[in-house]
Design a binder for this molecule. Structure first.
Ligand SMILES: [Zn+2]
Length: 379
């Protein structure tokens, strides 16, 4: 089979996936994506293990029925950041060599790519695809809270992990990611009429304001640390001293040590109140460890780069601030490459796009990488 001749077919499958809403909180839609994908895997001889979920879509684990052990773990997510109704509002479309629609590059094109890479290997008579185990998870965009333990369990003993987030706009794959955390501060004060008896109140908003300033002082962009109180809530009326205020914090770090330090620093900031009589409740943690470009990742990248060169692609790698499931496998010491999906950009926005020519190109690259990695293992 010539992958390039399959472009139309692949775009057809992509269109059907994009036109189904599958936001992380829309279980029905995510499960529908799984339902469309599964027959492609069973046709290739994969057994399906469904990890049922109540709140989010079911996670799917696929192993080849002829293999006791798999060597390569592929992780791809079925959820998007878009709410129900988005697919209807702006369905899949094509213009000037690009495809558009919710989740088209993050990461529905990658789902298509995984299927066709495995099919390609089967068609050319390579058994390499049988050494692959695939996890299709359903809550990546909200931090992989329920799929993380599954990914970490299945990653044990694997020789490599390939994460299917999209390639960067310039085609680079990802070998380094910042770690990330989410925290929430809930401040409890005491309500009082601000005109009649303000002295009886304890302002939760005033307290939160102190905390916001202190938290933002923890920023150190040169060291790769960022702390952002991105959402605040609170107050009942303009003439009432606020009894309640909430701040939502996003934290990014470059190293494991920074992750620990930031957790401590945030706890310290919230340990005492600046406005006496208010109380602070801090919840959350560092969700994803950073993905560090260590020697194992460097070596795996060189293999991928060599395979790419044989296909005429000058493959580069890069680092990014966003988190992904690559953080989990790389933190376990498993050689991991991310960004192996097709090329595109503007993920999580209306302008999200896929470069159509990269769909078959990166599918062939993925197939050849799987073939090479399995042959390395056999040598
Ligand atoms: Zn993604």
């Amino acid at each position: 089979m010539d992958v390039h001749s399959k472009e139309k077919e692949m775009l057809g499958l992509l269109e059907s996936l994009v036109n189904i809403d599958s936001g992380s909180y829309y279980k029905v839609g995510v499960d529908q994506i799984g339902k469309i994908l599964l027959p492609y895997f069973t046709e290739l001889g994969f057994d399906v293990q469904r990890v049922k979920q109540k709140e989010v879509g079911d996670h799917l684990i696929l192993r080849h029925s002829e293999k006791q052990k798999s060597y390569i773990l592929i992780v791809a997510h079925m959820d998007t950041v878009f709410e129900e109704g988005t697919a209807k509002a702006r369905p899949f479309s094509i213009k000037d060599g690009r495809a558009y629609g919710p989740g088209v590059i993050d990461m529905k094109a990658s789902l298509v790519s995984v299927i066709y890479a495995l099919r390609y290997l089967k068609d050319i008579g390579s058994d390499a695809y049988k050494g692959v185990q695939v996890i299709l998870n359903s809550d990546e965009e909200t931090g992989s809270l329920t799929s993380r333990p599954i990914i970490e369990k299945e990653a044990i003993g694997k020789s490599y992990a390939l994460i299917m987030e999209p390639a960067r706009r310039d085609g680079s794959v990802v070998t380094e990611r910042r770690g990330s955390g989410r925290f929430t501060i809930e401040v409890h004060g005491k309500a009082a009429h601000s005109g009649i008896e303000p002295e009886k109140g304890r302002s939760a908003i005033e307290e939160l304001a102190h905390k916001i300033v202190k938290l933002h002082e923890l920023n150190d962009h040169e060291q790769g640390i960022s702390v952002n109180v991105g959402i605040i809530e609170g107050g009942d009326a303009v003439n009432t001293v606020s009894a309640m205020a909430v701040g939502h914090i996003d934290v990014r770090v470059a190293t494991l040590q920074q992750a620990e330090e930031m957790e401590h620093k945030i706890e310290k900031v919230c340990a005492s109140s600046d406005v006496s009589g208010t109380e602070i409740e801090l919840t959350g943690d560092m969700r994803r460890p950073p993905m560090l470009k260590n020697k194992k990742i460097e070596e795996l990248f060189q293999i991928v780069r060599n395979v790419a060169a044989e296909l005429g692609i000058d493959l580069k790698d890069t680092k990014t601030g966003g988190g992904s499931d690559a953080s989990f496998t790389s933190a376990m010491g498993i050689p991991t490459i991310d960004g192996l999906g097709p090329i595109g950009g503007h993920a999580h926005s209306e302008k999200e796009y896929l470069v159509i020519s990269s769909l078959t190109e990166r599918t062939l690259l993925l197939a050849k990488v799987i073939e090479r990695l399995m042959s390395e293992k056999n040598n």
